[in-house]
Design a protein around this ligand. Structure first.
Ligand code: MN3
Length: 242
């Protein structure tokens, strides 16, 4: 399955895509007693770049462990947690809309599954910057691009403990920044900051400790060298339309 299709399955677009049961082995796609096939589990998404693609800002060893151990564990635990439940046929982004009614297992692992995909797609070296439309919206909300960057960075640097900082479009269609604890995100009904996410940074220690140790501010400052503005611009366009 193409990565593009997978991204749709976690709710960044409309369609749901599944890996064929054959690929996953014989415990998937089992025909139940009513004769209908249960939903096969989604496939763990490929990392959209090589482990060393973001060097020296984010090192290859960190990327490998972060993706292959941390992200994979959230994914596996989420798939296990929803197995045999009505959530199995739902996009994870739709599960977030009423995640307050779900277990912590689903909230934390669903968040970890989704947030990391969103984070990987937020990262790439060498993109040009915000589009004229996004730039105008950032200036409107924050006064200038530099003030936006400062607000986002401060949010990331000051999030106590583990979590994420976000640029998002709130319900009034204005851009805002803020942070969420643990694996929460702005799509969750339990989040005090709500809206369509546009850009994120993971500030869990596992995202930077090998290279930066306790120096989270250095990692946050380095992050700006690898923001995938092409993706952020695209998300902004979609958010404005939606
Ligand atoms: Mn992480």
């Amino acid at each position: 399955m193409e990565r593009r299709n997978f991204v749709k399955s976690v709710g960044l677009a409309a369609a749901v895509a599944y890996v064929s049961p054959k690929v996953l082995g014989n415990d998937q796609g089992i025909v139940n007693s009513s004769g209908s096939e249960s939903a096969p589990a989604p496939e763990f998404p490929a990392l959209p770049f090589a482990y060393d693609a973001l060097e020296p800002y984010i090192d290859a060893r960190t990327m490998e462990i972060h993706y292959d151990k941390h992200h994979r564990a959230y994914f596996n635990n989420y798939v296990k947690a929803i197995k045999g439940t009505p959530l199995e046929s739902m996009e994870v982004s739709d599960v977030f809309k009423s995640v307050s009614k779900q277990s912590d297992l689903i909230r934390n692992n669903g968040g970890g599954y989704y947030n990391h995909i969103f984070f990987w797609d937020s990262l790439r070296k060498g993109t040009a910057g915000p589009s004229p439309e996004l730039s105008a919206a950032l200036v409107k909300a924050f006064g200038s691009f530099d003030k936006f960057r400062e607000a986002f960075s401060t949010s990331a640097k000051t999030r106590f403990g583990s979590g994420w900082a976000w640029l998002y479009m709130n319900d009034s269609k204005a851009l805002a920044v803020g942070s969420t604890p643990n694996q929460d995100n702005t799509l969750m009904d339990i989040s005090p900051i709500k809206g369509i996410p546009l850009l994120t940074i993971d500030v869990w220690e596992h995202a930077y400790y090998l290279k930066y140790q306790n120096r989270r501010p250095e990692y946050v400052d380095a992050f700006w060298n690898v923001v995938n503005w092409d993706e952020v611009n695209k998300r902004y366009q979609q958010a404005v339309k939606g």
